[in-house]
Design a binder for this molecule. Structure first.
Ligand code: NAD
Length: 270
């Protein structure tokens, strides 16, 4: 598997396991153990997923040492609004049973994000976090952080898949060497509605899901597909032994219609 070198020099595995909507118990624990067995070394959680305890349990009981797993969590909106990002991080670390996370993100651009960013910078100084970044930050929000902050974010995690490129965000990030992570890379399961993926997959002996994830990898994007099923977890990682041709990449690129399955970062109410 390939690592992406972030703008702070840290390395981030390009494919990770997303655990949104994975239950905080045997479901998330099993998913992470299957993922580590399959070769994943990157897990993406958040306080709001309410499964940080399960993620912590899974990493503690895993055969793979903690320092070989890239762990991301996120500061939830209420904590940003209330100016308690530092306290929220400490609470996440307790639940995760670890003394650091590899990547800490501000989950959404809500009021107070500049002060919260300063708290993330301090947490990085204190060694509680290796890299700091953003999620769902549009170019105008990113500009605020670039102006007020002293550390350039390492990552911006946004909704990204063949129906939604958000090229304005991708360009703004590329200009600062900020890595892009794709959330809902499998279109929350809607990749099945598009026959092109399985048609291309047939040419390579690969599934439709594998084609979509391979498209992310070849576009240089970090991707965090979610599944709690052993077979799918393995399948989603088995994407490093084939290559989409430029013609196939173009056909997938052409599906873009700026369609969101999730909330719009410029218009949300949570
Ligand atoms: P996803 O796009 O990864 O789709 C997951 C769904 O696709 C599964 O529930 C399952 O129905 C299906 N699926 C997965 N693998 C499959 C396979 N091999 N074959 C057939 N079907 C398969 O959805 P997601 O969970 O929304 O996004 C992935 C991760 O991104 C989340 O778990 C979370 O970690 C992160 N995320 C972040 C934000 C954010 O605001 N930062 C928002 C949403 C998600």
């Amino acid at each position: 598997m390939k690592n992406i070198t972030l703008n702070d020099g840290n390395k981030m595995p390009q494919l990770g396991l997303g655990v949104w909507q994975s239950d905080n118990g045997s479901e998330v624990i099993n998913a992470i153990h299957w993922a580590l067995d399959a070769g994943y070394r990157h897990v993406d959680t958040a306080r709001i997923y309410k499964n940080e305890e399960g993620v912590g349990e899974a990493l503690k009981s895993a055969a793979t040492p903690r320092d070989q797993v890239f762990l991301t969590t996120k500061i939830w909106n209420d904590d940003i609004r209330q100016g308690r990002a530092a306290a929220a991080l400490d609470e996440s670390l307790d639940r995760l049973q670890t003394d650091y996370v590899d990547l800490l993100l501000l989950h959404w651009p809500v009021d107070g994000y500049e002060a919260a960013w300063e708290a993330l910078e301090q947490a990085r100084e204190a060694g509680k976090v290796k890299s700091i970044g953003l999620s769902n930050f549009m170019p105008e929000h990113l500009n605020d952080i670039l102006k007020s902050g002293s550390v350039v974010p390492a990552v911006n995690q946004i909704e990204y898949h063949p129906y939604l490129h958000q090229q304005d965000v991708a360009d703004a990030c590329a200009a600062q060497n900020i890595a892009l992570t794709a959330w809902s890379p499998l279109m929350q399961g809607h990749f099945k509605d598009e026959s092109l993926f399985s048609e291309i997959g047939e040419q390579h002996g690969k599934s439709a899901a594998q084609v979509v994830l391979r498209w992310d990898l070849q576009r240089g994007v970090i991707t965090i597909p979610k599944s709690v099923h052993e077979g799918r977890i393995k399948e989603n990682f088995d994407v490093f032994d084939f290559e989409l041709s430029s013609d196939e990449m173009e056909k997938i690129n052409a599906l873009n219609k700026e369609h969101r399955f999730g909330p719009d970062p410029r218009d949300f109410d949570f």
